[in-house]
Write a protein that binds this ligand. Structure first.
Ligand code: ZN
Length: 447
């Protein structure tokens, strides 16, 4: 009974503290102690003013800190104002230890407890206003191979370890009626003539949400239904940069959807959105902006990456390795390939190592070989997905579960191949055909 009570209180504590146990360690700066926080709710109000051609975001974020210190958040645009609990505070940009990344910190030491952060900022990236007709298009694109390219490009957010509900109210000004379409992987409701509300699920992270808006009719769009193996009719939207390609994206999406459901289980999202952008490729939860070639790869990420979610940059290789292993036909190999430092970088690293594709794929091919008598790695992944969907994973979590499934001792294998600080024969960094680096001009042109 005692252990039951203890267990209950542990579960409560785990729930109440969210994912703060997955945050990297707090650290000292010149002004005091910088502490990671747990955001529990975010509300962003974004006004797109087509007359003034300005985009202003006002965010109210509820959070709590368990340790006394100055709260860490991130936002790349310089904030117009920052308030904590109704009082204006200074903030500054600081390096994370080792200089591996950059964040912002509010320069006010807070006692442990619940607080509210209010931030106003302008959004200049990936927003387009046309002069005469006052049309608005905007997209919150993300990339994961480089540092600081999640939603911090647009709004104040936390690092990837945090999951919390977020509501986004968007309003269009500067014209009597804006006929806008909102593509977002949350619940979308029109709340006024020129106003929409998007409510994203509570399990989303800073890299899961999708938002793209444009005038109605700007892109050839197909609305249809995907029938899940669990009986649900999943609303699907496909729209494309090149109008003539929409049909082939729909056909391919239906095919890959059926394949992934058969392999890993029912689609775990309420909808499906694909923007056939002609080039590039990036995954969101149940949504993607992608070239035709990468559509299947990005859909796999709706299982691994944006449903079973990496808690940090050192966990990002897992989903790229899985997606890449599938891209190459789930090969089996009797050797683990060349070691790479996929997961042993700084605990503050936020991006995915781009060696995850080739090295990761070879490593998984070897794991598949090792556990063939247990049904192979795919059998493991099916169970792993179904057990841990909507939650965060780390490399250690992945390894422990592999050991549990296979009965193998994998510590040394992971040390030699995944946590390899000085890989014996470092290869040149490869660029994935699935997540090619797009230039800023290319990203801008896709809006
Ligand atoms: Zn990928």
């Amino acid at each position: 009974m005692k252990s039951l009570i203890l267990l209950c209180s542990l579960i409560f504590a785990a729930h109440a503290w969210g994912n703060l146990h997955l945050a990297p360690p707090d650290f000292d700066i010149k002004e005091g102690r910088a502490v990671f926080i747990d955001m529990t709710d975010a509300h962003h109000s974004i006004v797109f003013d087509a007359g003034r051609r300005t985009t202003t975001a006002t965010s109210e974020i509820k959070f709590f800190n368990t340790k006394e210190g100055m709260p860490i958040f991130d936002l790349i645009p310089y904030p117009v104002s920052v308030e904590i609990d109704g009082v204006a505070v200074e903030q500054k940009q600081i390096s994370l230890p080792g200089g591996v990344s950059t964040v912002r910190v509010a320069l006010k030491t807070l006692a442990p407890g619940e607080h509210t952060l209010k931030i106003v900022n302008h959004i200049k990236k990936h927003v387009m206003y046309t002069p005469i007709f006052r049309n608005v298009s905007a997209a919150f694109w993300i990339r994961d191979l480089k540092d600081r390219l999640f939603w911090e490009q647009y709004l104040p957010v936390n690092l990837e370890f945090d999951q919390h509900p977020r509501t986004m109210d968007v309003e269009f000004k500067g014209r009597k009626v804006h006929k806008q379409v909102i593509h977002a992987n949350g619940k979308v409701n029109q709340t006024g003539v020129n106003k929409w509300r998007i409510e994203y699920p509570a399990w989303y992270t800073v890299s899961a949400a999708y938002f793209h808006t444009m005038r109605v009719g700007a892109k050839r769009t197909r609305y249809f239904t995907l029938k899940s193996i669990d009986g649900r009719n999943i609303p699907a939207t496909v729209y494309t940069f090149f109008p003539w390609s929409v049909g082939k994206f729909v056909t391919e999406a239906q095919k890959v959807f059926a394949e992934l459901e058969a392999d890993y289980g029912p689609w775990a999202h309420d909808k499906y959105i694909a923007y056939g952008s002609g080039f590039g490729g990036m995954e969101h939860a149940g949504a993607t902006m992608t070239s035709f070639k990468a559509l299947d790869h990005e859909m796999l990420h709706s299982y691994f990456a944006k449903c079973v979610l990496p808690a940090n940059g050192n966990a990002g290789w897992i989903d790229e390795a899985i997606a890449s292993w599938r891209d190459y036909g789930y090969q089996r190999s009797a050797t683990p390939g060349v070691p790479a430092n996929l997961a042993g970088r700084s605990v503050y690293a936020r991006n995915t190592n781009n060696q995850a594709y080739e090295h990761g794929r070879e490593f998984l091919a070897y794991l598949d070989y090792l556990m063939q008598d247990k049904g192979g790695l795919k059998a493991f992944l099916r169970g792993y997905f179904q057990t841990y969907k909507y939650s965060m994973i780390t490399t250690e979590h992945f390894k422990n579960n592999l050991e549990f499934f296979s009965g193998l001792e994998l510590d040394q294998l992971f040390k030699d191949n995944v946590f390899t600080e000085t890989p014996p024969t470092p290869r040149d960094e490869e660029e994935s055909a699935y997540h090619p680096e797009l230039t800023e001009e290319e990203l801008e042109s896709l809006i």
